[in-house]
Design a protein around this ligand. Structure first.
Ligand code: NDP
Ligand code: GDR
Length: 365
């Protein structure tokens, strides 16, 4: 019998890669999507195509992490062996503007899911993964951060994730449930949401190269992150649920890069190497050489600063390496991740240009 998995947040970046991985492993995959006013699963389009391998094993269901009854009904219908709780209001800056909703979806949502598992009578059967985050470490107390590093969240998002983390640990200890936390550091891909910093940068580098955008506005250029590739990280999620006992694991590359350096990598990949001038909100990135030398392509804007910042995140994945066999030395490097993203965004931008040209050509004179 094929294993049955339920993925909440299946329409997001990680959900789409995880669905691909589980389908390739022969799982029957159910995805939870919330209702939107328009088509909201572009990242799943290829899987929904009947020609995709094992497409018949993929089903989407309407539900929402803040609707406990609907969750319990869905679980009774689907009877999963494994649940991956990836759904969340996942944007740190937005969580300052939507603190209550973030607490409900990102924090209480985890509790609603666990209670729905109880209501569906699945407590002894199901293995549950919680998408915990390096944002829980927040203010730096120890570098690198590992499973024993104290939490000090710096945003409503981080605080909500700390609640979800602890409620998972509590249900494990109280009810002997198979509840595990993956404490994942930042992971990106060509499918990353457009308002996260890496994707904002790679899209802008591609569009500036093609002349369809002039300048990019960013916030804190000094911020340091441990960036991995989402495709590599969903494999870690699966390994965490295959482990012989429930536990909590840091998943990271162990290498840190600044926002400024990620800009340099992205623009250089587009043949537009940068030089940096000024400091703080007056900093600008300028094309350093070639035909467009002197063009300002990045400016800093107060708008993108957060009320409280997490200055640096660097993970120590030793525990995952030792107990799960998850080997960070085999992962996509940040340089290759950046190339993957910027070249994918270049192709998309080029298609947009071609379409515009085609439409223009068809217009009557
Ligand atoms: P995304 O923002 O791309 O995806 C989140 C998904 O959750 C979206 O599909 C969204 O739906 C869905 N969602 C939001 N609110 C609800 C709700 N109330 N009920 C049901 N679904 C909801 O995030 P990622 O794929 O990048 O991340 C996956 C998870 O991992 C998140 O929980 C995130 O916080 C966490 N995480 C991510 C890291 C990263 O670097 N990517 C690092 C550490 C943790 P819709 O598509 O309709 O908006
Ligand atoms: P983060 O990712 O907050 O780490 O959360 P994000 O890409 O939003 O920010 C990373 C760093 O870049 C700085 N920054 C900017 N960020 C954005 N979004 N836009 C900008 O213009 C900009 N300029 C500078 C930020 O201040 C920050 O320091 C992500 C999410 O996926 C979470 O869900 C996840 O839990 C964590 O990663 C680990």
């Amino acid at each position: 019998m094929a294993k049955v998995a339920l993925i909440t947040g299946v329409c997001g970046q990680d959900g789409s890669y995880l669905a691909e991985l589980l389908l390739a492993k022969g799982y029957l995959v159910h995805g939870l999507k919330r209702r939107g006013s328009s088509f909201n699963h572009p990242r799943l389009e290829h899987i929904l195509d009947p020609g995709y391998p094992n497409a018949e094993n993929f089903r989407l269901h309407y539900s929402d992490l803040i609707d406990g009854t609907s969750l319990a009904n869905l679980l009774k219908e689907v009877m999963p062996d494994e649940i991956y709780n990836l759904a969340a209001q996942s944007h740190v800056k937005v969580s300052f503007e939507l603190p209550e909703y973030t607490a409900m979806a990102t924090g209480m949502g985890a509790l609603n899911l666990l209670e729905a598992i109880k209501a569906a009578g699945l407590m002894d059967k199901v293995r549950v993964y919680q998408a915990s985050s390096s944002e829980m470490f927040g203010k730096v107390h120890e570098v690198p951060q590992k499973e024993t590093t104290p939490f000090h969240p710096r945003s409503p998002y981080g605080a909500a994730k700390v609640y979800a983390y602890w409620i998972f640990v509590n249900y494990r200890e109280s009810y002997n449930m198979f509840c595990s936390n993956g404490i994942l550091f930042n992971h990106e891909s060509p499918r990353r949401g457009e308002t996260f910093v890496t994707r904002k940068i790679t899209m802008a580098a591609a569009r500036i190269k093609l002349g369809i955008q002039d300048c990019l506005f960013l916030g804190n250029m000094d911020s340091l992150r441990d960036w991995g590739h989402a495709r590599d990280y969903v494999h870690a999620m699966w390994l965490i649920l295959q482990h012989d006992k429930p536990d909590d694991f840091v998943i990271a590359t162990g290498k840190m890069t600044s926002v400024r350096d990620f800009c340099q990598m992205s623009f250089t990949e587009m043949g537009l190497p940068l030089r940096f001038e000024g400091e703080g909100v007056n900093e600008v990135c300028i094309i350093a050489s070639g035909k467009r030398a002197g063009q300002v392509v990045v400016r800093v804007s107060e708008k993108y600063f957060r009320p409280a910042e997490v200055d640096q995140l660097l993970g120590d994945p030793t525990k995952a390496k030792t107990l799960l066999g998850w080997d960070p030395s085999k992962l996509t490097s940040v340089e290759d991740l950046c190339k993957d993203m910027v070249n994918s965004d270049f192709m998309t931008a080029q298609e947009e240009l071609d379409l515009k040209a085609k439409r223009k050509g068809r217009m009557p004179a």
